[in-house]
Design a protein. Sequence first.
Length: 298
Amino acid sequence: MKQRGFTLIEILIAMLIISILSSIGVVSYNNYTSTVKDSATKLNYNQIIKTMESEFAKCKLDNNSKIFNSHKCNSSQNPSFNTLNNYFNNMQKLKNPYDNKQQVAQSNICNKGSVSITNKATGSYEVKYASIKKKEKYTSTVSSHWSSDYSQTNTTSVSFDCASSSGSSSTAVAKQTIYNYKPPNNGPGAGIIVDENGNMVPNSGAHACGANCFEANSKGMKNWYTLVNGKKIYPNRSGSKYRFVMTEAANPKTGNIASSCGRNNCKYNFSNNTYTVLNSGVTYKAGETTANRKPINP
């Protein structure tokens, strides 16, 4: 009897078939894991919303209650961005499905597995998450008794695609807020102290200051404080819910500093570095001198 082995062609064909089947398996597995991670992020998003609704409901039932483990319902101020982020990251200990070393509650929804919580208005919050799989952004507006309109949570979705990069984050730039504020001018100028919503703190005016005054945690300014409702606040420290922001720049020739922001006369917009002079209703780009500035909405 003659024994016949496999020819080289047959072996190559077999190897090709095995390779194709393996690649199909890898693609299917990767699709499966990406779907699971995306779904887990949405579960975190939904859990945050339901928890916020539940906590705010406590205040409706008992104004003497505490919510998010520390905030009093009878406080004159709504829970801050930091209070909520600390609660979900450290108290509830939500897990980021893409990277367990990354926190879930973050400011940039283009960091994989993150959910952002921002103040839309006093007592009203926007909770957002970006689905990498579906290329959609989901936004829910959750209100509380601190808001002017305490209503049912409203959720919307729009097409949204984060430009991917290496690691767990992306090249998309987070919208500027009080917590990632950058001065519009690197020189000296006039500044005001504002809260998360850009409102000047009570009974405050404009202050003339050097260039380093507007950089977070700058030397000589980190321990500078003022009083709000009898409590010390540090508007130069990163993470504070109050911030010392530049409105007008100093005159580059004379060094003179002038400002239109008298007693509570201005409101700051972090998203586009503009400020509005309230008694005139005129908005200006921050970081320009009073002589050179031009109204944005004359």
